[in-house]
Design a protein around this ligand. Structure first.
Ligand SMILES: Nc1ncnc2c1ncn2[C@@H]1O[C@H](COP(=O)(O)OP(=O)(O)OP(=O)(O)O)[C@@H](O)[C@H]1O
Ligand SMILES: [Mg+2]
Length: 309
């Protein structure tokens, strides 16, 4: 149930490179010039994603995962550091300069209903990027939209329906169809299965995997827990308080975790065997007592295995 580790960071030139990225909220001068406390949502992180690779991003609530996704996509500007796409820096580009990159970089969010427009048929919603980017019109657009529906496992006969007529899993398929309409090479998937029934989650994960195999899409896959990550991701980065504390090929994370926080996350994954589950020890990690040290840096402790120390 584990993925082959064919796509690794060193095999190809990176598609996405993140360098010393920071994103601070607030701060600056407040009332009567008093300095305000800044939230360091991202506090100096670096990673690469190869073409066709999935990098999992896991960590507790508030660790900076979603902020990382938004800044990588340039939906927000970083406070410092750089984001490169095919070697070109995206930071500081104008909306017009970003437009060709916007086609290649898409996003799928956690709540499939919030992303949809309730007053738009799902067919129009999926086709909208084709209109905005002038990619197809008339019957060609309708054919292309029907093809996208089939590709994500939806009957094209549903194209004329509205979002409220669909289940959560079907709505997420609609969002995924819209994201792949632009034939992107990179998708940020921010907890795309968290809001779905457990019985549906594996189907959507399989869909992401099928699309990767057929279209060569790279993913930054944000997740709370590690169980689906093991199945889908080639490598995993573990975030804590805006820092990456460990990053390694998926198997190394699961069999050779070095950071106590990674071990604590792993110990929280339920085991299907009730006898083992009943006797299992859940490891705790007190972040307030052991926050990442400001001067710590990622060091290689094994092949492609990095630990903040
Ligand atoms: N627009 C904002 N303004 C101020 N603070 C923000 C903003 N967005 C995020 N933050 C703060 O930045 C930190 C990181 O938030 P982020 O949403 O990236 O975490 P997350 O890892 O995605 O959490 P979750 O698992 O709950 O989705 C949090 O402390 C959050 O409160
Ligand atoms: Mg989030």
């Amino acid at each position: 149930m584990t993925r082959p580790t064919s796509a690794t960071s060193s095999a190809d030139a990176p598609l996405v490179s993140v360098r010393d990225l920071t994103k601070h909220y607030g701060g600056g001068r407040g009332f009567l010039g008093a300095s305000k406390f800044a939230v360091k949502a991202i506090d100096g992180i670096s990673f690469d994603i190869a073409p066709g690779e999935t990098l999992g991003l896991v960590g507790e609530s508030g660790s900076g995962k979603s902020t990382t996704g938004r800044v990588v996509l340039q939906l927000e500007s970083p406070t410092g550091g750089d984001v490169l796409f095919r070697g070109q820096s995206l930071v500081g580009l104008s909306p017009r300069q970003l437009k060709p990159f916007r086609r290649e970089m898409q996003v799928v969010f956690q709540d499939p209903y919030a992303a949809l427009n309730p007053r738009m048929t799902v067919g129009d919603f999926v086709a909208e990027p084709l209109i905005v980017h002038k990619l197809a019109k008339g019957s060609e657009r309708a054919d292309r939209t029907a093809e996208l529906f089939r590709r994500v496992g939806l009957d094209p006969a549903f194209m004329k329906r509205y979002p409220h007529e669909f289940s959560g899993g079907q709505r997420q398929r609609v969002n995924i169809a819209r994201a792949v309409a632009m034939e992107p090479s990179f998708i940020v998937a921010d907890e795309p299965i968290t809001a779905l029934d457990v019985s549906i989650q594996a189907q959507i994960v399989n869909l992401f995997q099928d699309l990767q195999e057929s279209l060569g899409i790279a993913y930054l896959f944000v997740a709370h827990d590690l169980s689906m990550v093991r199945y889908l991701c080639h490598r995993v980065a573990v975030m804590l308080r805006g820092r990456i504390v460990e990053m390694a090929p998926t198997e190394a994370i699961f069999t050779d975790a070095r950071h106590p926080y990674t071990r604590a996350l792993l110990s929280a994954i339920p085991v299907p065997d009730p006898d083992i589950e009943a006797n299992r020890r859940h490891l705790a990690y007190d972040v307030d007592a052991n926050p990442p040290a400001p001067d710590a840096a990622l060091r290689e402790v094994g092949p492609d295995h990095f630990l903040l120390a």
